[in-house]
Design a protein around this ligand. Structure first.
Ligand SMILES: C[C@H](CCC(=O)O)[C@H]1CC[C@H]2[C@@H]3[C@H](O)C[C@@H]4C[C@H](O[C@@H]5O[C@H](CO)[C@@H](O)[C@H](O)[C@H]5O)CC[C@]4(C)[C@H]3CC[C@]12C
Length: 943
């Protein structure tokens, strides 16, 4: 496998080659159906070069289409042009009718779902619950099956750091997905949020254009309808580039959008800011004066924008030799008020002007004329009046400079938002630790961002470069690896600061004293939560986080440790409130002691206080959650070497394993599933011993032995060694069929299905170096044979081998349709499977498997920056913008470990050393340096 693209339509391109190579529609949105951002009410108008009505250019020469010449693709182009960005022409046209996709798959009755099946009452129970929640309590449902988020194939890189809220821009530049209120999304393009360019020569305005292809019904005095074929978008999270040629002007603009998302950085990564660096290249023999105007509505386009009382004011801030100026937009809602700051850096040769307020619902003529007149804005002093009810307001900031003949200049603008407190808990956001929580931080945030973005970019470069420059890695993988990270910020993410005076009992609840480092960790690194998915509004859904956690532990390990402490607290606590579960109809308490919860709560409620927002099943009886805690504890320790963490987690691991032992009903050392969907595949019934949960169990037991050994707890080590021996034998006897592990041992019609996730336990063992020699839990030959079978059947035998691995396949090569989920492909599971293949030396197969998912989601379905949980072979997908695909980082870990493994000594043995001393807990348990983490990226062998 080489680093080249498989086809011309993929994402890699040289500086000189435009993405898509100029033929038809550039990658990656060739098949979209609805390209409109929503909120403006008009159909998308995507101009093509040939028929684009150039009504906008009042003063410039007529349009000459220069085809697909690389925008700004000149030598010496000052901005980094990523080789593996997700890229597209802003004017991309549908190549053919887009996929007629539908959300969910709920119309199909699962075979065998007889009237007597308890879950056949699910729709009634769900509807009753939904009605009460939404119509009586007037709240929103944590999963709204009545009202799915409509698919819009418009998204690009989100703005903002981790946990301070995000604003997603579309690939055509629109500001269109808003998550300022933590965990709650508002989808809608705000039409006033634009960049506008004004060019002046010899004191005359020669060109003024909104850099948007829209033609909205508001702000009609503005010059809309920029021809999208002159712009190219590239995204390589946390940065994105748009290159605009200005037709007839011989001027090229590149807007580089940078958000502070920096591995191992726990300060700047928390900032709710983004910087827009405008590189201007003047190809003319005479100087040109260039202005970039950044206009922004006060609000996010939601109904609150009209609630009245919002106001704007100009500001300037000078500090440390840096001066920034702009406008603050105070959004004064009763809950979660915030201030937006639109700002620009003032430096020698750059003039910053502003307009404090204008009506974004009007024609906008005044603003337009103001800029047109002299390329600057009027800059009135004083604050605006507060808006009346029903009124909206907006502001604009303009940066102007002169670019010499054949020269280059840079204009730097920023957007910051300051919502220090959130609607749950009494906690402030993480960034308030550095910028205060009085709600007046927006100027300082803007200044800081404009003063530090160069340093951020250096760090982002240093982190990404080893992967990007590894010629053995395919381009799609580079794009997938970094771009899937969008979910780290845009997963409804919240990162909170603990009050200084927080007492242990406030966090731990009654009777907990064992977590000695809980407070220090949470005080130092804060509290982190992200949603299961933008449509599945539960924080830190733990069975899914198991997959995604690789990204967190590799890039922000302290956040993973903090999250684990929060889970540990909930394990020890209980919530005795009874409630009815929607699938079974049975009533049980919300949270049992000594079990891992499904999630940490709903952002619309009191997360951390009220856990288990999920009320589909009583997850106290799920088989995977407890095991996933133990597996993550050791994996985290192996990767971070955090000994106090291991010590603190050890009693919690013991408690959850004790709980889990009740599921070994026949005392054969192996747990049994309960005949309902009692694990992450929550609509796929499993009965008796199973490959998935049984495999996770054995891996967790193995890790218990290892941890006991490291901690010198001989009694526990012996106990779990005994269980492991018995359990291994039972697992092989009950599930191994000579080629792979059967789905379950129930003997049902689908017991012999081939589950793509059957090696999940091995995946974690391999990631922690516990899969070798005498440490081996699953016989190597069996693991290889199972992976080969999955590759042959679930990958190559499904959709021609081009869509990843179907969750369940019958041995005769037909997908298992016994449940809705068995016939789905889960992208996050596929990346995990690919990582397992890589760990086992099946590198080609692993990359082929993962590539199918990437290309399906990012290229075929146009679901960039909203990777769903699942899709089916034809036309159906489920749960947009989902947590699990972050598991792609386990592929990276697998690659790094493969390289590390050969030359490196195996992790230090923890067997008693001569003289009787055990390995110290502080000893190095695993590899430290890695590209995903800190060191240089090693070249994976034999790709
Ligand atoms: C009740 C239906 C029929 C079941 C039967 O007769 O056996 C259920 C069939 C399909 C179900 C829905 C579907 O599976 C998607 C949703 C899953 C969601 O749970 C989260 O999703 C993850 C899996 O994708 C899981 O790992 C995570 O832990 C969960 O939080 C719950 C709602 C679903 C809409 C689900 C609802 C029941 C079915 C309609």
């Amino acid at each position: 496998m080489g680093g080249d693209d498989r086809d011309g339509a993929s994402c890699a391109h040289s500086r000189q080659t435009p993405p898509g190579g100029g033929q038809g529609c550039p990658w990656p949105y060739p098949q979209y159906t609805d390209t409109h951002g929503g909120g403006t009410g008009t159909a998308p108008a995507i101009p093509t070069a040939g028929r684009h009505p150039w009504w906008g250019d009042r003063v410039g020469p007529s349009l000459t289409h220069r085809g697909q010449t690389p925008p700004g693709g000149t030598q010496g182009c000052p901005w980094p042009y990523p080789h593996s960005a997700a890229s597209t022409s802003v004017g991309a046209q549908p190549g053919h009718p887009g996929p007629d996709l539908q959300q969910g798959d709920l119309r199909r009755a699962p075979p065998g779902s007889a009237v007597h099946h308890p879950s056949s009452w699910f729709p009634c129970r769900y509807f009753r619950w939904w009605y009460k929640k939404t119509c009586i309590e007037k709240k929103s449902a944590f999963i709204d099956l009545m009202c799915a988020v409509p698919l819009q194939q418009i998204y690009g890189c989100p703005l903002g750091g981790i946990g301070g809220g995000t604003i997603t821009r579309g690939w055509r530049g629109e500001f269109c997905r808003w998550q300022l209120n933590p965990g709650k999304y508002h989808y809608g393009t705000v039409i006033a949020d634009q960049f506008t360019v004004c060019l002046r020569r010899k004191g005359q305005t020669v060109y003024q254009q909104v850099l948007s292809v829209e033609k909205p019904s508001t702000l009609q005095g503005w010059n809309w309808g920029y021809c999208g074929h002159y712009a190219f978008y590239h995204a390589l999270y946390p940065r994105a580039w748009t290159v605009y040629e200005l037709p007839g002007q011989n001027v090229v603009l590149t807007c580089r959008q940078v958000s502070p998302v920096i591995p191992h950085d726990y300060k700047d990564s928390s900032l709710p800011v983004a910087v827009f660096i405008w590189e201007v290249e003047n190809g003319n023999e005479e100087p040109v004066e260039v202005s970039i105007m950044f206009s922004m509505q006060n609000g996010m386009g939601a109904k609150e924008d009209k609630s009245g009382g919002h106001w704007n004011e100009p500001f300037a801030l000078q500090e440390g030799g840096e001066r920034v100026a702009g406008v603050l937009l105070h959004h004064c809602t009763p809950t979660n008020p915030f201030t937006l700051a639109v700002a620009a850096r003032e430096k020698a040769g750059t003039v910053v002007t502003h307009l404090t307020a204008f009506d974004p619902a009007g024609s906008g003529r005044d603003v337009w004329q103001d800029l047109l007149q002299d390329g600057k804005l009027e800059s009135p002093t004083g604050e605006s009046r507060a808006t009346a009810k029903g009124e909206v307001t907006a502001a604009a900031v303009c940066a102007t400079c002169t670019v010499p003949a054949r020269g280059h200049q840079t204009l730097e603008l920023a957007l910051a938002w300051d919502m220090p407190r959130v609607h749950f808990g009494a906690l402030g956001r993480r960034y308030t630790r550095f910028f205060g929580s009085d709600g007046d931080a927006a100027p300082a945030l803007s200044r800081y961002a404009l003063a530090h973005y160069e340093e951020w970019e250096r760090k982002i470069d240093a982190w990404q470069k080893p992967v990007l420059e590894n010629s053995q890695l395919p381009s799609w993988y580079k794009s997938a690896l970094f771009n899937e990270l969008y979910f780290m910020t845009d997963g409804g993410t919240v990162w909170l600061e603990l009050p200084h005076d927080c007492l242990p009992q406030e966090l731990q609840g009654p009777g907990v004293a064992s977590l000695s480092h809980l407070l220090p960790v949470l005080r130092e690194y804060g509290r982190f939560a992200y949603l299961e998915g933008q449509e599945y509004r539960m924080y830190n859904t733990y069975d899914v986080h198991f997959y995604a956690s690789f990204a967190l532990v590799m890039l922000w390990p302290k956040l993973q440790i903090s999250l684990q402490y929060d889970i540990a607290v909930t394990v020890i606590n209980e919530d005795v409130e009874p409630r009815q579960y929607l699938m079974s109809g049975q009533t049980a308490q919300v949270k049992l002691k000594n079990v891992v919860p499904h999630d940490i709560g709903d952002p619309d409620d009191e997360p951390w206080q009220h856990v288990n927002a999920y009320l589909m099943h009583d997850t106290a009886n799920w088989k995977d959650l407890n095991l996933k805690f133990v597996l993550q504890v050791y994996r985290d320790y192996y990767l971070t070497h955090d000994a106090p963490y291991l010590r603190d987690m050890w009693p919690v691991c013991q408690a959850v394993m004790e709980s889990e032992l009740r599921f070994d009903t026949d005392n054969d050392g192996l747990i049994e599933n309960g005949g309902f969907a009692d694990q992450t595949y929550d609509a796929w019934v499993v009965n008796g011993a199973s490959a998935y949960c049984g495999g996770l169990w054995l891996a967790a037991v193995r890790m218990m032995c290892k941890m006991a050994e490291v901690l010198g707890d001989e009694e526990t080590q012996q106990k779990y060694s005994g269980i492991l021996q018995k359990g291994k034998e039972a697992f092989e006897r009950m599930l191994w069929n000579g080629k792979y592990y059967n789905y379950d041992s129930s003997g049902s019609d689908t017991s012999s299905s081939i589950m793509s996730d059957q090696c999940a336990g091995q995946w974690f063992l391999g990631a922690c170096g516990l899969d070798q020699g005498e440490l081996e839990v699953f016989p190597k030959s069996h693991v290889i044979s199972a992976l080969q079978t999955i590759f042959e059947k679930n990958v190559m035998g499904f959709a021609g081998g081009t869509m990843g691995a179907v969750n369940g396949m019958r041995p005769d090569g037909v997908p298992d349709t016994s449940s809705v989920q068995s016939s789905e492909v889960w992208i996050g599971v596929v990346y995990a499977l690919a990582a397992t293949m890589i760990q086992e030396g099946m590198v080609q197969e692993g990359f082929h498997t993962a590539e199918g998912c990437y290309r399906t989601v990012w290229e075929q379905l146009g679901m960039a920056f909203q990777t769903p949980e699942a899709y089916c072979e034809k036309k159906v997908y489920r749960s947009l913008a989902y947590m699990r695909p972050l598991s792609i980082w386990s592929m990276q870990l697998a690659l790094e470990s493969r390289v590390g493994r050969a030359p490196c000594a195996p992790p230090p043995s923890s067997s008693p050393v001569p003289g009787g001393t055990k390995q110290s807990i502080g000893d190095s348990p695993g590899p430290v340096a890695s590209a995903g983490r800190q060191g240089p990226c090693p070249v994976p062998p034999s790709l």
